[in-house]
Design a protein around this ligand. Structure first.
Ligand code: P6P
Length: 338
């Protein structure tokens, strides 16, 4: 039994051995990122005890400043990754501008974009939340990373993934050769391989959307959602609505069970569509995972991984999940089906 235990470190070392040209820099980057995930997992799990341990308010029982969990997660990742990993810069949901590597430290060839703790507003309800990350090779030749290093189509990501802090802490990851997942064994502090190759069902029976926004949707989206509710045994309709309001949770469930997650742009002002989710560190990494698992990720009009970003915190519509479901949505959104 023990020889079946594959830690994420062993998995990454074996993956690296398949690339003779590898210098080990990428593996080191991931090892450092994984340490941050373990620390964040510990704090998220403790958060439920905050009121009991006197961790609420500005200072804890030791007189130490208590940070909001998403700020804590941001500072944990930045602190670890600035000290010892082959990056030339970072971009975070919590930081307006590119985060530099401190002067005097070596600069590597990768850039990391991340949402340190997405869905953190759900923590008090003990709903699962998560960290989402995206890794690109730099485009600039030398020196500190510049914005252009981050503004690359998602199809060029070297690796991407997310960590979901729930009843278990699970790391889901792809470097372009399929999707694997590791579950944290808290007793030994190791992420153990738990899903060797995730393939999402071609079609599901779940749709995930905030129905409260229904009146702001475009006509195609409204017709699609109405379509899902019509009874049609042949196509497995009606679908069931499952929506937690925590992106990694809704995405992860649909990845495993099949289904479609939708966050369309609000058309409350048709002249100014307003999407919500961020391309660089939420949508593009999850789109890579979805496609690597055999699914599809779209704005309704375009493939997510083909989009050319124009700013660090750019927002886009996000339709992702089982291939058949997303293709059906695109037909409605584009007026090819009514
Ligand atoms: P709404 C959480 O705030 C978040 O950024 C994602 O995790 C989630 O998918 C979305 O917003 C939920 O948004 O408008 O439905 O509350």
């Amino acid at each position: 039994m023990q020889d079946k235990l594959v830690t994420v470190q062993r998995y990454l070392a074996e993956s690296q051995s398949l690339h003779p040209e590898a210098t080990g820099a990428f593996t080191e980057l991931l090892w450092n990122l994984i340490l941050a995930f373990k620390i964040i997992s510990r704090e998220v799990n403790k958060a439920g005890l905050a009121s009991i341990l006197g961790l609420t308010g500005e200072r804890n029982i030791h007189g130490e400043e208590v940070k909001k969990l998403d700020v804590y997660a941001h500072e944990t990742i930045v602190g670890i990754m600035q000290r010892s990993s082959p990056l030339c810069g970072m971009a975070s949901e919590e930081a307006e501008e590119v985060i530099p590597i401190p002067p005097g430290r070596p600069l590597g060839k990768y850039v990391l974009a991340f949402d340190p703790l997405d869905g953190s507003s759900n923590i008090d309800a003990n709903a699962s939340i998560g960290t989402i990350f995206s890794i690109h090779q730099r485009l600039s030749k030398e020196g500190p990373a510049v914005r252009a290093d981050f503004l690359q189509p998602g199809g060029r990501q070297v690796a991407a993934g997310y960590v979901i802090y729930g009843s278990s802490t699970i790391l889901v990851y792809s470097s372009g050769s399929g999707v694997v997942a590791f579950t944290l064994d808290q007793s030994v502090g190791e992420f153990l391989l738990s899903h060797a190759g995730i393939i999402t069902p071609a079609q599901g029976k779940i749709y995930s959307v905030n129905e409260g926004n229904a009146l702001t949707w475009d006509a195609g989206t409204q017709r699609y959602i109405a379509h899902l509710k019509e009874k049609d045994a042949a196509s497995g309709r009606p679908y069931s609505l499952r929506y937690i309001g925590s992106l990694v949770s809704d995405f992860h469930r649909n990845l495993l069970y099949g289904g479609i997650f939708l966050y369309p742009a609000s058309q409350a002002d048709p002249a100014k569509p307003k999407p919500k989710l961020r391309l660089l560190y939420e949508v593009a990494p999850l789109a890579l995972i979805a496609e690597q698992a055999g699914g599809r990720a779209s704005t309704g009009a375009a493939r997510i991984l083909d989009l050319q970003p124009t700013e660090l915190h750019q927002k886009v519509p996000f339709i992702v999940g089982s291939k058949v479901d997303v293709e059906r949505y695109e037909a409605f959104f584009q007026g090819r089906e009514r």
